[in-house]
Design a protein around this ligand. Structure first.
Ligand code: SPV
Ligand code: MG
Length: 406
């Protein structure tokens, strides 16, 4: 039919309605350019290919015939209207059976990923999407939930973008308090289980990072495993969970020492893609908004790749105030929040305020524990398990949940 020009969607155009593609735009371009008969591959910046069509004025447009529904339906109509301007023709070949983006994602999940590819995924996502949603995992199984659960809304597939390796939930499943007692070896075992069942990027909760001389080893280990980022909080001494606030004794580190720790970590990392995110505890410890903002400025100046502002207020008011002031900074890095106590605030509201990453830090464990207690009580109460059955998954489902690898 003539020379073939391929309009190839750039990463952010795809990430707007489905999962970020496994291969970067540049990689996909190289593959397509190598196909005999392909004259050129041009970037397509949005789902609307009309600007490219107007430039190229092709005689034919080829697109597989599966775009008459969903988010691409409108695009299809626009293509037909545009081609009509010069008598061009839309050709819609039958799709090859079994070749869909979803099937490819499943296949990739089977194959797994590499540490390097996974590590770079968080920065890629930050470039491609305005807001990332991250959910906690504390085991291979909860990792699998973070990896696979998806819903469809407004014709878009919605999934979690990555995994938070929470110190609270990793400690709690081991029935230990969240006081940095669960050591790095044990935490890395949990990371390893999660790596096994997932391909999405992981953000590791590094607590205080320990002393700077130890933090550099944490950075190296995480990076080697393919973890994308570590978040460390500006506290020192015996760390307690932030959601205790000032009910327990917690000491904030001074700005200089914490900045020095961040900077030691930055010097230790090997890749450009690994991110060290500085977590500010000023609002938790009632040190005030000015202190929080001064710390954000200092941590950014020292090289932090992101700022997490934490709050345990029942509403997002103080976080939103922080965001407003933060927007005025000349130098900004992606802002991360953890809306555990102000859970009624929506992602849209947070994104509007400039937040780039929302972490759902503990909900999987907080929902599983009460369910397990209820089932245990029911068995005791009825001296049998029949009444608990309605709260349990089918046995056939659990034995098939984790298939053997072929
Ligand atoms: C965690 O999930 O372990 C966190 C967030 O650090 S918080 O529990 O709110 O401190
Ligand atoms: Mg924690």
């Amino acid at each position: 039919m003539g020379d073939v020009v391929i309009g190839l969607l750039i990463d952010s155009a795809i990430a707007g309605y489905q999962r970020l593609p496994y291969m970067r735009y540049e990689e996909r371009k190289v593959v397509l350019e190598a196909i005999a008969g392909v004259k050129e591959v041009v970037p397509q910046e949005t789902l609307n290919c009309v600007p490219n069509l107007l430039k190229i004025k092709p005689d034919y447009v080829l697109h597989r015939d599966d775009w008459n529904t969903g988010v691409l339906r409108e695009t299809r109509q626009r293509v037909i209207d545009t081609l009509n301007q010069w008598g061009g023709e839309l050709i819609e070949p039958d799709p090859m059976p079994g070749i869909t983006a979803t099937a490819l994602h499943h296949a990739i999940r089977e194959v797994g990923t590499t540490p390097e590819r996974r590590l770079s995924m968080l920065k890629r996502l930050l470039e491609a999407r305005p807001l990332l949603r991250i959910i906690e995992a504390h085991s291979g199984l909860t990792g699998l939930i973070a990896e696979t659960v998806s819903v469809e809304s407004d014709n878009k597939v919605r999934e979690f973008d990555g995994i938070w390796m929470s110190s609270l939930t990793d400690s709690t499943v081991k029935a230990k308090p969240d006081i940095e007692y669960v050591d790095m070896t044990s935490r890395m075992n949990t990371v390893s289980d999660i790596l096994e069942t997932t391909t999405k990027p992981i953000i590791f909760d590094g607590d205080t990072g320990g002393i700077a001389e130890h933090f550099v080893y944490m950075v190296r280990t995480l990076e080697r495993l393919g973890v994308s980022a570590v978040i460390i909080e500006d506290k020192k001494g015996l760390k307690k969970n932030s959601l205790f606030g000032t009910d327990v004794v917690q000491i904030q580190d001074n700005i200089e020492d914490f900045a020095q720790k961040v900077s030691a970590g930055k010097s230790a990392q090997v890749t450009d893609d690994f991110m060290i995110i500085a977590r500010i505890e000023s609002l938790i410890l009632k040190a005030g908004m000015d202190d929080a903002l001064a710390r954000a400025q200092a941590y950014i100046a020292t090289g932090a790749d992101g700022i997490m502002i934490h709050s345990k207020r029942p509403t997002a008011d103080e976080v939103l105030t922080f965001c407003k002031e933060y927007e005025k900074f000349d130098d900004r890095v992606p802002l991360v929040v953890v809306p555990s106590t102000y859970a009624q605030t929506t992602e849209d509201e947070l994104a509007e305020a400039g937040v780039r990453v929302v972490i759902y830090a503990n909900q999987l464990l907080r929902s599983a524990y009460p369910a397990m207690v209820e089932v245990a009580k029911s068995i005791l109460l009825h001296s049998r398990a029949a009444e608990a059955e309605e709260h349990c998954m089918f046995i056939k489902d659990i034995i098939n949940l984790i298939p053997e690898r072929n």
